[in-house]
Design a protein around this ligand. Structure first.
Ligand code: IDP
Ligand code: MG
Length: 152
């Protein structure tokens, strides 16, 4: 168990377009996770092909990358106990049709190709994704001695 587990959460272009950036950030804040890094940016096709490299053989890959490059995204790193697994629970299932109400995809999406938000699926992939989207110096550190965090 680690209070410093980190996950990569990204609000996709449809989430930005629909004006629910604040709503998604609010959920992670209110759950009790700590925001470590965040940037608003439009990612290149090459960067997104890299991010989704594991899916390169899927028939929807080209459409996925095109959609992800179509507008700005909000890339974030959130930290806390079980951040990866709990982040996935908060997202819901990949297909919004299978996502329960109360989850992000369950509340705000209807189509698998426009499912609002990304979340790392394992600690190892989270580490890879964080390194892909952020430079080490972009990750903040809250020194407990100077900035006590409520759960530490
Ligand atoms: P995840 O985002 O829940 O981890 P993955 O299987 O990693 O799901 O797929 C990455 C993204 O690819 C999904 O979030 C979704 O946007 C898209 N995707 C997955 N399956 C399909 C599909 O069958 N059709 C269209 N897009 C898909
Ligand atoms: Mg995935």
């Amino acid at each position: 168990m680690s209070n410093t587990e980190r996950t990569f959460i990204m609000i996709k272009p449809d989430g930005v377009h629909r004006g629910i950036v604040g709503e998604i950030i609010k959920r992670f804040e209110q759950k009790g996770f700590k925001l470590v890094a965040m940037k608003f940016m439009q990612a290149s096709v090459a960067h997104l092909e890299n991010h989704y490299a594991d899916l390169s053989k899927k028939p929807f890959f080209a459409g996925l990358v095109k959609y992800m490059a179509s507008g700005p995204v909000v890339a974030m790193v959130w930290e806390g106990l079980n951040a990866v697994k709990t982040g996935r629970v908060m997202l819901g299932e990949t297909n919004p049709a299978d996502s329960k109400p109360g989850t992000i995809r369950g509340d705000y999406a209807i189509h698998v190709g426009r499912n609002i938000c990304h979340g790392s699926d394992a600690v190892e992939s989270a580490q890879k994704e964080i390194a892909l989207w952020f430079k080490p110096e972009e990750l903040t550190s809250w020194e407990p001695a100077q900035n006590p965090w409520i759960y530490e």
